[in-house]
Write a protein that binds this ligand. Sequence first.
Ligand SMILES: [Mn+2]
Length: 313
Amino acid sequence: MAKLTVSETAAYLRQRDCFAIVTHRRPDGDTLGCAAVLCRGLRQLGKTAHVLENPEITQKYAHLLEGLTKTSVQEGDTVVCVDVAADTMLPECFKGLSFGLRIDHHRGDRSFSEHELVIPTAAACGQIVYDVLTQMGVSLDVPMANALYTAISTDTGCFRYPNTKADTFRVAAACAEVSQDLAMLNQVLFETNSLARLKMQGWMVENARFLCDGQICICPIPLEIEKEIGVKEDDMENISGFPRSIEGVKIAATLRQEGSGKVKLSVRCLPEYDASAICQKFGGGGHRGAAGASMMLPMEEAVEAVIAAMPQL
Ligand SMILES: [Mn+2]
């Protein structure tokens, strides 16, 4: 595996003509926004580029990839993944692919591509993709600006998380130069809740377990409860940020059951704690403020293991 700089990555992309772009499982605004911007940027340069259809994409973000997707890799394609920290983060259908390039910003990431550009200080992978495309002479159009804004605003909680740096605002400013749609995007992404999501939050408030005088909040959500309330994947996006928002909570762990018997752990914490250190104990990873892991345990045992993995507060 060869580590590349931004300009080496630009050169790598310039040298190739056909691209298939891959996003991570449970795709979020960053991975999808990155894929859309990169695809459009490469097309602007006259290259052939597509985003591979991710079966887990939700309705909220589907519009980002309109007209950009295809179902499978074709001969001659260079496969590029964006915002994918490890091959375990790939949807099943992408796991066998051989990746030419990985662009990412996760700490505790695991290499699985021939080349990679990883900048852990970037708040969103979108910032890195923007730097690469700028270096290649691409200029943002409205759909690119909207996709890029989606990437950086979602990974920073609309510029509220401590990963937000001056550079993040510079990229946002570049989007604002081009697009009139940013307030509308904020409305959709941050100011709108489905009724089902709010009902789920109500359930979480009633059923969360508090430890260490309320500094740690553990919130196991049984699958039956999700079904009963009627939440869809869109409704649950970043739901783990919600228990962290309760006054006094410094670390929040949300556990969801997957049909396969797996438990999906998501940890959110205040800047002085490290969510990725907790999740790495279970083979996961992420960022200091937000991280995740998959656990092959029954819910109750998973909860006990997570409690045991918490720092002493
Ligand atoms: Mn990201």
